[in-house]
Design a protein around this ligand. Sequence first.
Ligand code: PHE
Length: 462
Amino acid sequence: MSKVREHWGSRMGFILAAAGSAIGLGNLWKFPYITWHNNGGAFVLVYLICILVVGLPIMMAEILIGRRAQKSAVPAFEEIGHKRWSWIGIVGVLAGFVILGYYSVIAGWSITTFLDCIGWSLNGYTPPPDGAFGAFVSDGSTQLGLSAIFSVATLGVVWFGISGGIEKVTKFLMPTLFLILIYFVISSFSMSGFSDAMAFLFEPNFSELPATGILEALGHAFFTLSLGMGLMITYGSYLTKDMSVTRVSAMVVIMDTVVALLACVIMFTIIYSTPGLSEQIGKSTVGMLFVTLPNLFYSGAMPGGTILGPLFYLLVAFAALTSTISLLEVMVSYFIDARGWTRAKSSLVCASGTFVNTIFCALSLGAVGLLSSFTWVSGKSGVLDHLDYLASNWMLPIGGFGIALFAGWVLDKKVSIEELGMVDSSGAPNMQYKIWRIFIRFVAPVAIAAVIIAVMLGKDFS
Ligand code: PHE
């Protein structure tokens, strides 16, 4: 007997959940950091182009495959008659395991920073001593405790399924996140560094764009849009036939991009408003979000910093949670669809299995020497660092490459036309469809191949 498949309760529910997956640490932590190091303006423009010509077409391809198959990432390919391409889904489920393992550790830091901020707001600010962050990340029990809180919260949502868990929670978290963000943007208008920040972000100067900037922008497009790992296939599989794939894809891509840009506006405004800071910023990726920024909220540069401080880390935690939920769902739905497990069993097994990975990651920032200091890939050290390298540089681009080839060259044209609903009044494929098809067949595979080749030659985009 076949069970009735769960579905999203509404189009908005899907959009918010998919946007929740896309919007996360990638937007609030990674994007501002790489934008800063690639000198703003020109990089931002290149990034927007990558999102438009590669990100959006692949997002549409993933959602249309999922919606057509009504099955999660691995069985979806068999369901639509292309079992040989199931490897894309398998790479995806493995990527979910890899990313969720370390993402939960970093997400956990938002809880501590949130609590620190509350303390500072109530009792006055005491700057943490030099090296405090290093001591914090290498404290094994703290790292385990924080990531455990995050993992349990993630399990708690996925356990209740699509409309009863994921949709309900994201429908509350995402609008809250947007409100907090808007409040921040309005606050930054009145700060002295606002116009410098806008100029840095939106005045392109191509002579300042590093040569690898284009590939870095492209690599990041996958991570930030949650593409290349079957996630949008999975979320799309819970979509009903009356929702337009094109429209929901566009909404998700726009929301993700707007949040990434707003995060930059906020952070760079704070940075430019603090004299001398722009010169010393950003030695490490995490530094900006978890070390520099908390200081700034209490430096007096930001009006209302005592309220905004805790609020900001609440926003980070919310954004991270809606991403961890989606990462777990890819694995959970695989075991439900392909192995016939119940949701309860699948959620429990996948979350516990991934937590083993999380334990290794949590202890790899100094707590356990053996896990923290080995170097397999030059410039990386320890488990967490290597897993991020593996997922961002290899798994997501390879998965994305597979999707583009499959949707552009293998999948019957009739299927994509039908699922995208891109026909003119006579029923023939319209202009939009032709454009999509050029991007998915030629532009996306060539661009992704360039990233993969660069990685093979030793470049690192993680
Ligand atoms: N898109 C998320 C972010 O920007 C990360 C993520 C990647 C989530 C892949 C799910 C799948 O933080």
